[in-house]
Design a protein. Structure first.
Length: 411
């Protein structure tokens, strides 16, 4: 188990004027009430993907409010992450089989965390996603309250895999899912619905002028005089990267100058990333207008921000998606989003008003063409989208929801 060092704590006061006053007051009040409750978040990785993204920002905000929030990641082998990616895919519905030996490896790694964390040190544990989920049965609850926080789309899970998890998920005092339809059948304790959120103060989300964004995007040899669309996601089959390339190719017939950026970070706990990256590069072929970029190309938060700000549209063509922070991130920058009509994406996009929900490659291509050819409408859509995100999907709201749950559990 590794203790994750986060950036310095940040005061809620910096969110004043961004979030509503009533939310501000509620967060202050709850924080004051719960300031002695010791909370530990446990997940698989401190870098890459949505969970790490959220915790990197939430822990400093909680600390700034005087809350006792810690964050730890499990120590695990690459073999373990190969297995947990299969488990992740299975929980999202893939037809995968986990052998008895693989389950044993999974359990051994969770058991290995025993001794690296003292359950008496905390009052509430938030355990994120499947990787560390069995820790509860290995360590024992020891009087603490335990919450399993599921970030993935478990609406139609592979039942054999779900059944393995249910054995110990039911030891938890509560669970959190992003949407009601994700709640696994067979969960006995109460399940809460809390949507994730983005941090408006993060480098990734702070305001960039169009000029600043353009300069940064140009640094990757993109021709900023021609249209650009981008998908920013882990390289993962559920994000349908090849489908995005197909949609781009169709749209390019109508808009010959069109460019596509496919940007993905290599998450420490996602062994599929490199494989899909290579497949995608091959699939893109020698089209010089497709840019396949990663964090290994010096493309970090500021540059992600620039692509989300500067693109004519952001695509998130997922076929399964727990939530999809990238959708909120783009709308926050007033860039309309073309999103797969799945999972948490429709809760963020108002179809036809702040972006489009698409069901296949052809629809995605059609909406790319529309947004590139109707820049004024696209701009208006982006503006509306920003206000939706401000109201619903900014970090203090997420913290408030978690604090309300903690309040309920420790009362
Ligand atoms: N991300 C990034 N660089 C990349 C690709 C993705 O920083 O090259 C970030 C993205 O901005 C978002 C997170 O990774 O904050 C992905 O979260 P999301 O909920 O969209 O998907 P997940 O990876 O959790 O499935």
């Amino acid at each position: 188990m590794n203790v994750v060092k986060v950036q310095a704590s940040i005061g809620l006061k910096y969110y004043k004027g961004v979030i509503d006053g009533s939310l501000f007051d509620e967060v202050v009040w709850l924080s004051e009430k719960l300031k002695d409750v010791r909370v530990c978040h446990i997940n698989a990785t401190s870098y890459g993907g949505g969970v790490a993204e959220i915790l990197q920002k939430e822990i400093p905000l909680a600390k700034g409010l005087g809350l006792k929030f810690d964050w730890k990641t499990i120590s695990a082998s690459p073999e373990f992450f190969d297995i947990t990616k299969k488990i992740h895919n299975g929980l999202q519905g893939a037809d995968v089989k986990i052998s008895a030996k693989e389950w044993q490896t999974y359990q051994n790694c969770n058991t290995d965390q025993v001794g690296r964390i003292n359950p008496n040190d905390y009052d509430v544990f938030f355990v994120h996603d499947p990787q560390p989920a069995e820790i509860i049965s290995c360590i024992g609850k020891n009087g603490a309250k335990w919450v399993w926080r599921c970030h993935i789309d478990t609406a139609k899970p592979n039942q054999a895999i779900a059944n393995y998890f249910l054995k110990f998920l039911n030891m938890y005092d509560a669970s959190i899912f992003t949407m009601r339809e994700y709640v696994l059948k067979g969960m006995e304790e109460e399940s809460f619905i809390i949507e994730p959120a983005i941090d408006p103060l993060a480098i990734k989300n702070r305001h960039l002028t169009r000029k600043e964004a353009e300069r940064l995007v140009r640094g990757f040899h993109v021709d900023t005089g021609r249209p650009l669309v981008a998908q920013i996601s882990r390289f993962d089959p559920w994000k349908d990267p090849m489908g995005v390339v197909d949609a781009y190719k169709i749209a390019k017939k109508k808009i010959p100058g069109l460019q596509l950026a496919m940007i993905g970070s290599m998450a420490d706990d996602d062994p599929e990333g490199m494989k899909i990256y290579r497949e995608l590069k091959k699939y893109a072929g020698n089209d010089k207008d497709i840019y396949v970029l990663t964090n290994h190309d010096a493309l970090h938060d500021l540059e992600v921000n620039a692509f989300q700000t500067f693109s004519d549209a952001i695509i998130q063509k997922s076929t399964r998606e727990g939530f999809g922070l990238t959708v909120s991130e783009a709308l926050w920058k007033e860039t309309p989003v073309i999103g797969g009509n799945v999972g948490g994406i429709p809760t963020q996009i108002r179809d036809g008003e702040t972006g489009f929900l698409v069901n296949n490659v052809e629809e995605c291509a059609e909406k790319i063409i529309y947004l590139v050819q109707n820049k004024d409408i696209a701009k208006e859509m982006g503006k509306l989208g920003k206000e939706d995100i401000r109201k619903n999907f900014l970090l203090p709201r997420l913290l408030r929801d978690e604090l309300k749950l903690i309040e309920k559990l420790v009362d």
